[in-house]
Design a protein around this ligand. Structure first.
Ligand code: SF4
Length: 374
């Protein structure tokens, strides 16, 4: 049952210790064997660690943190492309705040800004419209990252540019698709994922369709969950029930936000403006076929990758050898297993992308790990 009422009582219900205790009791009854559950979203990881849920659950249940942080999975070469664009005269680079501090091969966007590049932080792609109007003699390039959740907002920016006849906007598209990344993890030798807490925000857009074929091909249960502690426990309870009954498939425990068919309007925006790339490199996961979006040919006037092809270099450096971001993103290592964690690598001075964002597992461990359950 989803709690209802005003915002405060609604949130209190989702964080109510008594309700959580009842659900924990039911989870304990369903836990027989060790089970490894991947929570795909960084938002889920944050709730699990922040509220100390692992410490409350039976020791047989372990969480594998997944590749669901968009800042973390954007690889170095794409950061390098953004830095190269920012260094062009007459160009304004616009991006979301977290991308500023992600290290590239020769520095971050923050360092590029300190050296004089015109880099602006936006809170929504639509803020780029105002920037373009304020800077009519410059080209404003939006460094677009994120999963299916944010791709429709980039599409909405392009739609507004078309409607208003704005011609000084381009987009460096780095939108990625979650299901192919999950499939890549399932195909890995020795994959030990038993079940998935499927990404709640992505599923508000896509519905369950991208995950159904994975559930049936790999015989795994998926439950779409929300982001409050009670949501995670409810998703976990559903998953354990499915495991006990040897059920596979995709269930929705986040019914207050997710419909099986997703959001048709947002999906139609994605379909109108984007094609699926043949292949795209993810940080840590390497090249994954059909795992990202690019602008359709008919919208290539907006495509920064095409307009500035000569600016990009192909000699990006890999992540430092000691950085375990790749293994963290695959759920193979916990942040605290990295020798740099909390010493050479901190949120103030990150070595790897997973320490930068509020959805990155390393940043989450740094801020919250070891908290007493609330
Ligand atoms: S602690 Fe830093 S260097 Fe280590 S895996 Fe995390 S982000 Fe990478």
């Amino acid at each position: 049952m989803t709690p209802r009422g005003d915002t405060a009582s609604f949130l209190n219900a989702l964080r109510d210790p008594k309700r959580a205790k009842r659900l924990l009791g039911a989870i304990k009854e369903l836990t027989a064997e060790p089970v490894a559950i991947m929570e795909v979203c960084g938002g889920h990881t944050r709730t699990i660690v922040r509220y100390g849920l692992e410490q409350l659950l039976p020791k047989e249940i372990s969480f594998l943190h997944g590749p669901g942080c968009p800042v973390c999975v954007t690889p170095r070469e794409r950061v390098d492309m953004a830095v190269a664009l920012a260094q062009k005269r007459g160009l304004v680079l616009a991006t979301l705040g977290d991308m500023l501090r992600v290290p590239g091969s020769s520095g971050s966007l923050l360092q590029a800004r300190a050296s004089g590049c015109d880099i602006r932080v936006v809170y929504s792609p639509l803020d780029v419209l105002a920037l373009a109007k304020q800077n009519p003699k410059k080209t404003v390039v939006f460094f677009a990252i994120g999963f299916e959740t944010t791709a429709p907002t980039t599409a909405a920016l392009l739609e507004r540019c078309l409607m208003e006849g704005i011609q000084n906007v381009k987009v460096l598209v780095n939108h990625v698709l979650v299901a192919p990344a999950i499939e890549a993890l399932l195909k890995e030798d020795g994959s030990r994922i038993d079940a998935f807490i499927a990404p709640g925000h992505v599923c508000t857009i896509t519905g369950t369709a991208p995950f159904e074929p994975l559930a049936s091909s790999y015989q795994k249960p998926f439950v779409v969950s929300g982001f409050e502690p009670w949501d995670i426990l409810l998703g976990l309870h559903n998953l354990l029930g499915m495991i006990a009954n040897k059920e596979t498939g995709v269930k929705i425990a986040y019914t207050r936000a997710v419909l099986p068919q997703g959001n048709p309007k947002a999906l139609s925006f994605i379909e109108r403006f984007f094609d699926v790339r043949e292949s795209f490199r993810w940080r840590g996961l390497g090249n994954i076929p059909k795992s990202a979006l690019r602008l359709k040919h008919e919208f290539s006037a907006f495509d920064a990758e095409k307009a500035y092809a000569g600016v990009f270099s192909s000699d990006s450096k890999p992540d430092p050898e000691a950085c375990l971001c790749g293994e963290v993103l695959k759920g193979n290592a916990k942040p605290s297993e990295c020798g740099l964690f909390g010493q050479a690598c901190t949120p103030q001075d990150p070595v790897g992308a997973c320490m930068v964002s509020s959805e990155g597992a390393c940043g989450i461990y740094f801020r919250y790990k070891g908290r007493v359950p609330a």
